[in-house]
Design a protein around this ligand. Structure first.
Ligand SMILES: Nc1ncnc2c1ncn2[C@@H]1O[C@H](COP(=O)(O)OP(=O)(O)O)[C@@H](O)[C@H]1O
Ligand SMILES: [Mg+2]
Length: 362
């Protein structure tokens, strides 16, 4: 069976809120998932991820817009007619059924023959690493094992698409990281189209082919983890994906070979031009902690600051450096850079790899 894509076109969903009245949970969201792709909806709690996923699944009917799976318009189909697999945060296993019967459930509903069911269930249990668990009950399993059962149950029906809603959020940190890889490998092995919901940006970056960042019921930006990290289109995305410092600067001039800025009285030339750079106007610099250089105060050119905090983290050292009102995060991988709180330091910025955003006051 070859993978199918998903198309969500201008969907909206409103709910009535006791205090606020009718509010949009999702407003005019359009997105496309390529066949075989793992697309993640990422954003803070309440931004509309689950509602979007539930509209794809058919658990929620959009007030406006259409949903397509492959070429088929499924907007008016019930969830059980869409042939999708859904994995929830809380596993949602039947507590009174064995692992075998939990996984077999969807096949029994389809009235598949008993011998075929046994083969299909054993195959899928093997695939998720639970061979031999047939007769266990959910309460005899760890959280990770329960989630594997849920995954087996979702995939055994050979769905056209797999939908995940925060599937790893109930697991402890180490297992969560381990299961990420398993989920991703399984999805690629089955080459099944998947939509994955999480509020955890690191998880999203680790498993996704592409990420859609949502904010307040709408899409803030979409792209690969790398493109979102390197070219955030807004302060929201810059701060949500990875860690960042936002420094305000003023544009002094725009030259053929770069943009000349005044950052706290220090001249800095960034190579390239930006649509946000207009002479005399303020801009915001997206400065990732790992691009900032830190040196002693004898280094004359740079931003003068004072170390506020230092955290030794093994392969790297994290500094918080006070620059006037700003606290700048600096990650140093240089073991010879040793500064203590209270030390005067000079920070340097590279001429490349610092995206500009509009705004700020300078
Ligand atoms: N069944 C519902 N009734 C009322 N409001 C809802 C319902 N489902 C979601 N909402 C509201 O819609 C918004 C988006 O919710 P949701 O899609 O669950 O966000 P997320 O999954 O990103 O945390 C929230 O403000 C939430 O309170
Ligand atoms: Mg949710």
């Amino acid at each position: 069976m070859s993978a199918v894509g998903i198309r969500v076109e201008h969907v909206s969903k409103r709910f009535s809120h006791r205090v606020k009245g009718l509010v949009y949970a999702v407003q005019d969201v359009s997105l496309t998932v390529q066949p075989g792709e793992l697309l993640t909806l990422l954003g803070p709690s309440g931004c509309g991820k689950t509602t979007t996923l539930r509209m794809i699944a058919g658990f929620e009917r959009p007030d406006a817009g259409r949903v397509f799976i492959g070429e088929q318009d499924v907007t008016d189909l019930m969830a059980n007619q869409r042939n999708i697999g859904f994995v929830f945060q809380n596993y949602a296993l039947f507590p009174h059924l064995t692992v075998f019967e939990n996984v077999a459930y969807g096949l029994r509903v389809k009235r598949m023959d008993g011998a075929e069911i046994a083969t299909a269930v054993h195959d899928v249990l093997q695939m998720v690493g639970l061979a031999g668990y047939d007769r266990q009950f959910p309460n005899q399993l760890s959280g990770g094992e329960q989630q594997r059962v849920a995954l087996a149950r979702a995939t055994v029906i050979r769905p056209r698409v797999l939908l995940f809603d925060e599937p790893l959020s109930n697991l402890d940190a180490k297992l969560r990281v381990h299961m990420r890889r398993e989920l991703q490998q399984l999805q690629k092995q089955l080459s099944i189209t998947a939509v994955y919901v999480t509020h955890d940006q690191e998880e999203a970056m680790a498993i996704s082919d592409r990420i859609v960042v949502m904010s307040q019921g709408a899409i803030a930006q979409e792209g690969t983890a790398e493109s979102l990290y390197r070219q955030p289109a807004s302060e929201f995305v810059a701060q949500f994906i990875g860690r960042t410092n936002l420094l305000t600067a003023r544009v002094l001039s725009v030259e053929a070979d770069g943009t000349v800025l005044d950052v706290r009285g220090v001249r800095l030339t960034l190579s390239g031009q930006s649509p946000h750079a207009q002479v005399g106007r303020p801009v915001r610099l997206v400065v990732r902690p790992e691009v900032v250089g830190i040196a002693g105060p004898e280094r004359a050119i740079g931003l003068a600051g004072v170390v506020a905090a230092r955290m030794f983290l093994g392969e790297k050292v994290e500094y918080h450096v006070r620059l006037g009102d700003d606290l700048v995060q600096v990650t140093s991988y240089n073991p010879r850079n040793v500064f203590a709180p209270g030390d005067a330091v000079t920070l340097t910025l590279p001429t490349e790899g610092i995206p500009l955003l509009p705004g700020g006051t300078a």
